[in-house]
Ligand binder design. Structure first.
Ligand SMILES: [Zn+2]
Length: 558
């Protein structure tokens, strides 16, 4: 035994003399490694992979206590890494009525009515996920919400998080009347005739009502976080990158994460960015550095700040180079000078910078700011990021590669549903829409893409994102040939964007993101081989097993 022990200590990670804890055999293993993308078996010891290759090779690691999972041809992939998620908002959304799958107003209303009845004692009726296309004219009204929740304040967040829909009681409670002035970077939508608020609040105006909503705290908030983590695990997600805790929530939410970690319940690896805003840059930078000094390991790390350059196409708040059909051009939240100063300052502090940019002008401002930081500070491996990139000027495609800026995109945002057809596309206009969500063009221009969900903006279910990424179709199969099919990506490429490329985006590609000896054993087993058969197999596949650091965190019922 002593000899065996010594041999194990001295041996390489691939030595078979110490048995593995977990073997996955007789499957199809997509490794996401460029040099050896396929295998049929994986051996895991402790938190790391010790072998990827043939079943025979893996069985050499079998010991008396090794768990062996016979895959019978099922697919193993590196654990999914959702590169853009809002973990706490997602957690909070789990106790709100989810409207994302409804597209007709009566369906939206009846779902809210049923939810209100089930939560008869809740002081507020809260929901999220409504689509602009569900409402005649593209925006809801307080009367439509009063009709189903007359007795209590009710507030429904739009799926994109940029527009709110309040009922009359909620507006009254928040003191929003026709005399209330619009906040900066925000609009209280008003009736053209009477000047009364219609119930729709855009951008910063949403805070007028949102600040009145009692947020779950303490145990209730912790319980929702745990539910969110187990949901993600059940979807094969082993890492997420949080697109911005707000400075207001940062300390209390990190305390919840620390508690989950101490209790062994932080079952998804997490990298957190801290939100910055015009006039509020230095404090978020300090907060990101302070938390980063405390947590910088594969389970929890910081090291990034995020700013919003603009809004969204649907509300015409995304900043555009050319006007929208109504003559407006959208609101950048920053002046170019302030944005450049903020990005350079964070970059100088050694932080990665994420910039939300959706309009083609917003994207250009974000690229300009990254370029200015690169010139000013000369940090070569800074991996600046731009989030969303729904529209883009052709001149800007090559700049991603030239500047080493990561294109962080969310396939399901391009879901060609009724909402995108009736609201997004008309707002973007035909020229910009012809380059909508252009993953294909960006790939061809040599950009590094990373994929995520933006949950709770859309579902965190990676299968939905993968399907849209490879087909550019809704899950009902519309349109038949896909929307701008030249912008679709291959399945292999989409999987890389959700795994190894996403790991690169958090500087962790040496540790995780592909299946190779020495890497963290983060992986998912899917019930179907996504590479066999039509793309619809992706939607049918179920997650059978999720492993994080060698530990099984999810196993489907047999
Ligand atoms: Zn987001």
């Amino acid at each position: 035994m002593a000899l065996l022990f010594l041999a194990g200590v001295a041996g390489s990670a691939g030595s078979a003399e110490i048995p593995a804890d977990l073997l996955l055999t007789r499957g199809r293993v997509f490794t996401a490694e460029v040099s050896a993308p396929w295998g049929e078996a994986v051996a895991v010891r402790g938190e790391r992979i010790v072998y990827v290759g043939t079943t025979t090779g893996a069985l050499a690691f079998r010991g008396p206590r090794t768990e062996v999972v016979e895959l019978a041809g099922r697919l193993v992939v590196p654990g999914f890494n959702d590169a853009h998620i809002h973990l706490m908002s997602g957690a909070l959304s789990l106790e709100r009525v989810d409207l994302i799958e409804d597209d007709a107003l009566p369906a939206v209303q009846s779902r809210i009515r049923a939810f209100a009845a089930q939560h008869a004692t809740a002081p507020w009726v809260l929901g999220r996920g409504w689509l602009y296309g569900s409402f005649p004219g593209g925006l809801p009204s307080r009367e439509q919400l009063d009709a189903v929740v007359p007795d209590r304040p009710a507030y429904m967040e739009c799926y994109d998080g940029h527009t709110g829909w309040a009922n009359t009681k909620a507006l009254a409670l928040a003191g929003v009347t026709k005399d209330t002035k619009d906040p900066s970077n925000g609009v209280i939508v008003r009736d053209a005739r009477t000047g009364e608020p219609t119930g729709v609040l855009k951008e910063n105006a949403t805070a007028l009502v949102e600040s009145r909503i009692p947020a779950p705290a303490g145990e209730a908030r912790y319980a929702l976080l745990l539910r969110a983590l187990s949901l993600l695990g059940s979807q094969g997600i082993t890492s997420v990158q949080d697109a911005g805790l707000t400075p207001a929530d940062l300390d209390s939410d990190v305390a919840l994460l620390e508690r989950a970690r101490a209790e062994g319940r932080l079952t998804v690896r997490l990298r957190v960015s801290v939100q910055m805003a015009p006039g509020d840059v230095e404090a978020p930078i300090r907060a990101a550095l302070r938390w980063g000094a405390r947590h910088d390991d594969p389970l929890l790390r910081f090291g990034a700040v995020k700013g919003y350059v603009d809004g969204v196409v649907e509300a015409r708040t995304a900043a555009m180079l050319e006007p929208y059909p109504d003559g407006t051009t959208g609101l950048p939240n920053w002046t170019p000078e302030a944005l450049t100063a903020a990005v350079s300052s964070a970059d100088r502090a050694g932080l990665q910078v994420w910039l939300h940019a959706i309009g083609d002008r917003g994207v250009r401002m974000a690229l300009d700011a990254h370029e200015a930081a690169l010139r000013a500070n000369g940090r070569a491996d800074r991996r600046g990021r731009i989030e969303h990139i729904e529209t883009i000027s052709p001149a800007d495609y090559p700049r991603f590669r030239a500047l080493g800026v990561i294109a962080s995109m969310q396939p399901l945002h391009a879901n060609p549903d009724q909402n995108s057809e009736t609201v997004w596309a008309p707002n973007a206009g035909p020229d910009r829409a012809s380059r909508g969500f252009s993953w294909g063009n960006l790939e061809r221009a040599g950009a590094r893409l990373v994929f995520g969900s933006d949950w709770p903006v859309v579902t965190s279910d990676v299968r939905r994102g993968l399907y849209c990424a490879v087909t550019r179709k809704t899950r009902e199969g519309r349109p038949r040939d896909g929307w701008l099919p030249e912008q679709a990506v291959s399945l292999e490429s989409a999987l890389r964007h959700y795994t190894i490329d996403a790991a690169f985006a958090s500087f962790e590609e040496a540790q995780k993101g592909s299946l190779a000896p020495g890497k963290l054993a983060d992986l998912a087993v899917l019930s179907e081989d996504l590479f066999q058969g039509p793309p619809e197999v992706i939607l049918r596949a179920k997650v059978a097993l999720t492993v994080v650091g060698g530990r099984v965190v999810y196993r489907s019922a047999p």
